[in-house]
Design a protein around this ligand. Sequence first.
Ligand code: SPV
Ligand code: MN
Length: 634
Amino acid sequence: MDISRELLRYVDVGLLSRSDFEKLLELKNEHVLKIITQFVDLCSPNKLTVISDAQDDIEYVRNMAIINREEIELALAGHTVHYDGFFTMSNHDQARDKNNTQVLIPKEEQGKYPWINTMEREQGLKEIFEIMKGCMKDHECIVRFFCLGPKGSRFSILALQLTDSFYVAHSEDLLYREGYEEFKRLKGSNDFFYFIHSSGELIGNPPVTKNLEKRRIYIDLQEGRVLTVNNQYAGNSLGLKKLALRLGIYKANNEDWLTEHYFIMGLHPRGKSRTTYACGAYPSACGKTSTAMLPGQTIIGDDIAYIRKWEDGYCHGVNIEHGIFGIIKDVNLQDDPEIFKALTSPRETIFSNVLIKDNVPYWLGDGRKHPETGFNFSGDWYHGKEDIDGIEIPLAHPNARYTIRISELPNANPNLNASNGVPIHLIFYGGRDSDTMPPIIESFNWEHGVYLGATIESETTSATIGKEGVRTMQPMANLDFLVVSMGRYLKNHQVFGKNLKYPPKVFTTNYFLKNEKGKYLNGILDKLVWVMWAELRVHNDITAIETPIGYIPLYSDLKFLFREYLNKDYSKEEYTQQFSLRITKLLSKLDRVEKMYSREENIPDFFWNTLMQQRKKLNFLKSEKGDIISPLDL
Ligand code: SPV
Ligand code: MN
């Protein structure tokens, strides 16, 4: 065995301990060994440490993150803070870097995917290998094994991670199920994804990536791997998160299932003994985690799901993660009580890019009195501090985050780790849309639901680097992660639902609708009402009003639900404002949809038919009833 001899060489030179060498051999997997030797030789770490599922190993990762100052301990037990690289408000590593994220594809496929950043594979590999040469110099390289999905489940995919960041390895421990023992069950096959990450050269204390201009995140579909370097922000660095999502989308779309940017939650309507399971896809910072953590409901996952057709006629879904990497901005006791309580009690939690004062974390919109000084992602901070461009530095980054385990939350759903997943009864799609779509719409049928998901629009947020507030099309909130053509993706959705005896009912929500004066028309917790309305619709407990764009709620049902769940008086005036059809806006949206989708050939017919029909019906309604149509007139 040549490769184990190579590894033995690492033992001889003191790079790898004998016991870690044994751990690798026990896997009986040549592919794993080959990957390790290839990248150790390329990246040149000064130590190689193998982490099994044993508690001692996992604790080592946690402790090293603190010893290396990648994480700093806070006042409450188990709490730490991590900082990602920061130079100025526009040059930082506090969000996903879309420009330097490239999908590597063969030459002949170049130019076929108008919305995907692609690069010729050979060229991309050459470039990134060059950047990665020696990138782990003086760093320890950690080898970790994870299972994307419940252990021993038909849904799950195994993942190998090499990283020189203990923060990354520690975060993955909170976010993913351990998989060292699962790898043994692979029996030597190469049926797993792998991820190579390096923070690259570090500066400062706490240490952050120095060479952000050489940040690269390259997705190699052919090999089922992602190579990522010179970054720390989890959306760029953590292999198992958005990097694995892309590989999952590729695999699912070449097979017969779905990998989606979905939360999964259990809905528990008052006075009824049933649990209804919902998925939901929202672009980042559009209320996705808050929905999954709504009071009185239970959470399975808040970000990524694998969905398969199941024997009972439903599709079933699993959360491929078991933790939350959530946006902390605006989490406060009033608007997000469940999350706020979780973040202010002792448990293993990593905060990132927040303000620390006397070892207590603060963030934007936390509902507390803020200190005037402290330590944040810019170093020592004081109110009014500016970066070298003269831009004021807020006390915490708007994309500051927290990382916690779901199983430790009081509202964790008991089926969190069910190997058969849970039946999915409904799907929500939503975006940050200030002027067009009503708060909730129910689709007419599965195909219409796919259309609604594909036409979500959302204003950009701080979760990606670049300008905020720009309206963009966000099909299934998955456009940032798409690695196949849109035509193929939509077709797969259509066929997937058609093959189900009970396809999920699809809804779109919009939590961000404003009036003409720019004021939000809804309270933050109103989403509970939309969600519970959808739950009743799934069971045909109530009726709805048909409109050209889908079904909308009756006033009487909402009035009841607002009283029942929020103890609020919901007026007819509020209802009319929120659910009036803004016909000109809806027609403009159709024009934007048409313009975007015309850029790609092979968008399935059902999509265009739905769009044309909707336009016709909206024009007809406009000629009959005018531009703004009250739901009471429908
Ligand atoms: C998102 O932005 O959708 C997230 C966080 O869930 S990130 O890991 O940055 O993608
Ligand atoms: Mn996400």
